[in-house]
Design a protein. Sequence first.
Length: 282
Amino acid sequence: MAFILAIVLLAADRYGEMVSELRGFLLAGLTPIEQVASIPKTFFKEFDRDIVDYDELKRQNQILKTEVLLLKAKQQQLINLKQEVARLESLLGTTGKIADHTVQIATVTQFSQNPISQFMTLNKGSKDGVSIQDTVIDANGVVGQIINVAPYSARVMLITDPDHHLPVRIQRTSQRGILKGSGYDSSELNFIPSNSNIKVGDIIETSGLGGVFPSGYPVATVTEVEKTGSAPYLKIFTQPISELNKAHKVLILKPEAISPQTLKTDLDYDLNSSLNQTETGD
């Protein structure tokens, strides 16, 4: 009977208008119900889309954080490279003062500064032509001298080491003395007579005596001058000019070998000059 009723209704809908009006009335009544029934589906779709959007935002945020981290790491590398370039330029700027010395740049690999022994280790050794007594400087002044050499490393005794003695002179007055390390990131200037004209702030430089250190390199600054009674010499305290605690790149100075031919030429020139002066005097 349900089947027959369905056939009758289909025929009436096809050929009559009464069922069509009834269907329109029913559809109009069902529309609000359908809208209410579709609310959970619409809410679920919106919620699912929000979840997808949130996950996408989280993923993009994580990507951005990673990119920011990488950029910051690269920025740190760039800053470090910039500082490295500045240090190298500062070091290379000192080579203009070097006439009779070969120069090579070395990196500080180890640093020790205790009251008994003050030294640094460099990444250059005998394979690089480094020898004992070679002078080591930074962009500011003298650091020390090579005391031990291995194939790929070398040890530098700092000018503040208690066993280090360096022939120096006062830059302003040219008066000579001996700079001795005191072991506490400082040094003392010895054998300066009590009547000498020395002041706080005077620059102490290498004198070149002894043939180990080249002449004219700044070493220390006078920080204190004491005169004790009738003592023949002043007690003078100095501070190193070089940045011993911060040095990362340094220069190793090696005197250039003088060939016999060059030495003969120099002697001939001096002899000829003397003879010319003698003839002029006559």
